[in-house]
Ligand binder design. Structure first.
Ligand code: FES
Length: 391
């Protein structure tokens, strides 16, 4: 259950600071965010549609707002159908609280730790969060993407928002910044997905359990971005491969893609098409596994649960379809988060060479500026300050 203390978008800070405990290390959890109420939907869509890191449209300053306005009512209806808003902020606060509690125990030298949420398209916005952690006087800030698999459209966009914030503002010299931009192949991440799948496999009759199709599903990406060299498709595939290896079952599996928008070609096969086509092939027992989301939100609760598992599957004649839960507050997942951060604080790097490299076809001045900025912010050429830490 999500604790009621995490209600409200204004709650950026964890309870320790409310109680007056000075945090030493900030864990800044980056994500796109989702509207908490249907009133936020219009602005949320507007910010997405005008973010050129996320989506590139012709005459974007005009077409973006036009699409956002046109889609608002339809998207509001979807949020109403899942209870009136996105639970992503509540889940992120809960994950942050559990993560920092674990860090306080396993790494007291870097504590107290405090989580901060920095969303891209809804409050608490990235700039508000960075203002807050500066005010809180933290000594260290670990900027931690909550997308395990890196894409220039998602994690890249969140990092660019941080670079934007510091364009006209001095970088605080009293904070040691570092960043975790990808963790697609962390063994505990694969383990939590394997556990989530196992929970659902047990719901199928034993006689046919080994034949259930495991369909990993992730947000699709425009083929233009794939051809540019975005690493997201192969990072998602890496999580899938590791999960299947940890699961150790003989079931067939596939990676499919959901949530395409607009008329241009995106990465396929699409999840809804795959459900229908497998039904035609006679494969009528399956599990959908959201492999690129760490908590429930509109794409799991509406697109997967209502549109695909209910409407599409029924129409296609699927006999049994289950949807694996997102990692949410699974203890294995919280241990994964804690281990990612703990290892990072000890072994670095402050900023990875992989992040500092660009897509082969990237011609974006914004990407070039952002990579330079993070090299400076994190001090790529300096070693981590591990002098306070035990070996
Ligand atoms: Fe990938 Fe610029 S689009 S680095």
């Amino acid at each position: 259950m999500i604790s009621s203390i995490y209600k409200g978008s204004s709650l950026i800070r964890r309870m320790s600071s409310v109680a007056g405990i000075q945090p030493k290390t900030a864990i800044v959890m980056l994500n796109m965010g989702g509207p908490e109420t249907t009133d936020q939907v219009g602005d949320y869509l507007l910010r997405i549609m005008t973010d050129r890191d996320m989506i590139q449209l012709p005459v974007q300053s005009k077409l973006g707002p036009w699409i956002a306005t046109r889609r608002t009512a339809e998207v509001q209806k979807k949020y109403k159908e899942i209870g009136g808003g996105s639970p992503i902020l509540k889940w992120t606060h809960l994950q942050g609280k559990l993560l920092t509690d674990q860090l306080d125990l396993i790494s007291p030298e870097t504590g107290p730790h405090q989580h901060y949420v920095a969303f891209r398209y809804v409050p608490p916005f990235t700039h508000e969060t960075f203002e807050q952690l500066e005010k809180d006087g933290v000594e260290r800030a670990v900027i931690f993407s909550q997308y395990p698999q890196y894409s220039c459209a998602t994690t890249g966009s969140s990092f660019n928002a941080i670079a934007d914030f510091y364009k006209n503002r001095p970088i605080p010299s009293n904070i040691e910044f570092s960043m975790i931009e990808r963790w697609a192949t962390h063994p505990l991440l694969a383990q939590v997905f394997a556990e989530r799948i196992q929970e659902k496999l047990l719901k199928f009759d034993e006689s046919m359990r080994d034949d259930v199709l495991i369909m990993f599903t992730a947000h699709s990406l425009p083929l233009k971005a794939v051809s540019r060299g975005d690493t997201y498709p192969h990072e998602v595939a890496a999580t899938v491969a590791l999960t299947m290896s940890q699961l150790g079952v003989p079931n067939p599996h596939r990676l499919v893609w959901q949530s395409k928008v607009g008329p241009l070609p995106w990465l396929q096969p699409y999840t809804d098409d795959a459900i229908k086509l497998y039904a035609k092939q006679g494969r009528k027992h399956m599990i959908l596994v959201p492999i690129a989301f760490v908590n429930e939100h509109i794409e799991t609760l509406h697109e997967l649960d209502i549109e695909y598992c209910d409407e599409v599957a029924k129409e296609a004649g699927i006999i049994q379809i289950e949807r694996a839960s997102a990692p949410n507050d699974s203890p294995t997942f919280i241990s994964a988060l804690a281990d990612v951060v703990y290892s990072h604080m000890r072994n670095g790097p402050r900023v990875s060479k992989q992040f500092l490299s660009r897509c082969p076809h990237c011609v974006s001045a914004r990407c070039e500026m952002s990579k330079k900025f993070f090299k400076e912010l994190c001090g790529a050429d300096t070693n981590l300050n591990t002098s306070r830490l035990p070996a």
